[in-house]
Design a binder for this molecule. Structure first.
Ligand code: UDP
Length: 328
C-alpha cells in the first residue's frame, strides 16, 4: 500500500515525507519542480510532471499500488494570487480536478488535502473554529476552498473520503537541519527576517502598522512544519481506520504579531535586524488564530514544537547552514 504525495519536493511536503518515512510508510512523489527542490526528497520514487498530465497520472497509478493521496502541489502565495488569480485557478483548482478525476478512475478513495486558514478570510471571531464562515479575502484562499467543496461532492458521488487540513502559518525546519524552507523568491515573514539577519537583505518591510491589533501589525498563529507533518500522518491513519471525511484546523492557538516575530528572531540570532514600515499587503487579514481542538480530539494530534522560539531556532539552523537554500 503506497501513498502518492504530490508536491513532495516543497516545504511542507518534504517535511511530511521525512516524517512518514520514519513511520515506514511507502510513498511515491509527484512534483513539477517549478517551486520544489529535488534534493528535498530522498529515497523515494520520484516522478517529475504536472497534475494536468493525464498519461503521467495513469502511469503513476498503474505502476504503484496506491491506496491514498496526500495533495500538496499548489501555488500558495497570497500576494501573487491577488496579481494573477487565473494562475491559481489553473494550478490549484484545475490541477486538483485532474488529480481527483484520475483517483476516481483508478478507484483510489483516500485523500489528505493541504488546505489553509486563508479559506476563512477576515475571521468573525478568534480563535477560529472549523464551522466559522469561509469568506476568503484572496484568490489563494478562494481556490483552496473551491477544492474543499469539490472534495465534498466527490465524497457524495464517488465515495472519495478526504481530510482537509487548514494550516495556519507553517514555520521552522527539520530539527536535524537536513531540509528546510527555500522559496524563490521568498515572501514569508520568518525566512525573510532570517535572510536579513544573514545580511542578504538590507531590512525587513513590515506590511502595515495600522491594523486593529495591539501593536498595529498583523497577528498570525505559527505552527512547526513537523507538527503539520504529524497531522498528515494521523489523517492517513484515520482514513485507514474510519472512512469519514473531515476538515481540521492546524495551529497552536497562539497569536504573534509581525513585530513580535521580528523581536524573537533578533533574540534567537543575536543580530539587530533593521525594519521599515511599508504599506499593507492586499488580501491580508488582521488576525488569524486557530482553534485546533478538533484535530487534537479526533486525530489525536499533539504538536511537539509549539514554542515560536524553537521554530525560529530550527529555521535559523537551516538558514545559517544553507544561506542559499538548496542552491538550485
Ligand atoms: N509580512 C511582513 N513582511 C514580509 C513578509 C510578511 O510584514 O516581508 C507579514 C504579512 O503581511 C503577514 C505576516 O507577515 O501579516 C505573515 O505573512 P507570510 O507571508 O509569512 O504568511 P501568510 O500569513 O501570508 O500565510
Amino acid at each position: 500500500m503506497t501513498t502518492l504525495v504530490t508536491g513532495g519536493a516543497g516545504y511542507i511536503g518534504s517535511h511530511t515525507l521525512l516524517y512518514i518515512k520514519e513511520k515506514n510508510e511507502e510513498f511515491v512523489v509527484l512534483d513539477s519542480l517549478q517551486t520544489g527542490h529535488r534534493e528535498a526528497v530522498q529515497g523515494a520514487t520520484f516522478y517529475q510532471g504536472e497534475l494536468a498530465d493525464a498519461d503521467l497520472l495513469d502511469k503513476i497509478f498503474s505502476e504503484n499500488d496506491i491506496s491514498a493521496v496526500i495533495h500538496f502541489a499548489a501555488d500558495s502565495l497570497v500576494g501573487e494570487s491577488m496579481k494573477d488569480p487565473l494562475k491559481y485557478y489553473e494550478n490549484n483548482v484545475i490541477g486538483s480536478y485532474h488529480l481527483i478525476k484520475k483517483m476516481v478512475e483508478h478507484g483510489v478513495k483516500k485523500f489528505v488535502f493541504s488546505s489553509t486558514a486563508a479559506t476563512y478570510g477576515e475571521p468573525v471571531s478568534v480563535p477560529i473554529t472549523e464551522d466559522s464562515p469561509t469568506i476568503p479575502t484572496n484568490p489563494y484562499g478562494e481556490t483552496k476552498l473551491a477544492i474543499e467543496k469539490m472534495l465534498k461532492w466527490a465524497d457524495e458521488a464517488y465515495g472519495v473520503k478526504s481530510i482537509c487540513l487548514r494550516y495556519f502559518n507553517a514555520a521552522g525546519a527539520d530539527p536535524e537541519g537536513k531540509i528546510g524552507e527555500d522559496h524563490q523568491p521568498e515572501s514569508h515573514l520568518i525566512p525573510i527576517v532570517l535572510q536579513a539577519a544573514l545580511g542578504q537583505r538590507a531590512h525587513v518591510s513590515m506590511f502595515g502598522d495600522d491594523y486593529p491589533t495591539e501593536d498595529g501589525t498583523c497577528v498570525r498563529d505559527y505552527i512547526h512544519v513537523l507538527d503539520l507533518a504529524q497531522a498528515h500522518y494521523l489523517a492517513l491513519q484515520r482514513l485507514e481506520k474510519e472512512e469519514k471525511s473531515g476538515i481540521y484546523n492546524l495551529g497552536n492557538g497562539n497569536g504573534f504579531s509581525v513585530k513580535q516575530v521580528i523581536e524573537t528572531c533578533k533574540a534567537v540570532t543575536g543580530i539587530d535586524i533593521k525594519t521599515v514600515t511599508a504599506p499593507r499587503r492586499t488580501g491580508d487579514p488582521a488576525v488569524l488564530i486557530a482553534s485546533s481542538n478538533k484535530a487534537r480530539s479526533e486525530l489525536g494530534w499533539n504538536p511537539e514544537y509549539s514554542s515560536l522560539d524553537l521554530m525560529i531556532k530550527h529555521a535559523w539552523n537551516w538558514h545559517q547552514h544553507h544561506p542559499d537554500g538548496y542552491g538550485d
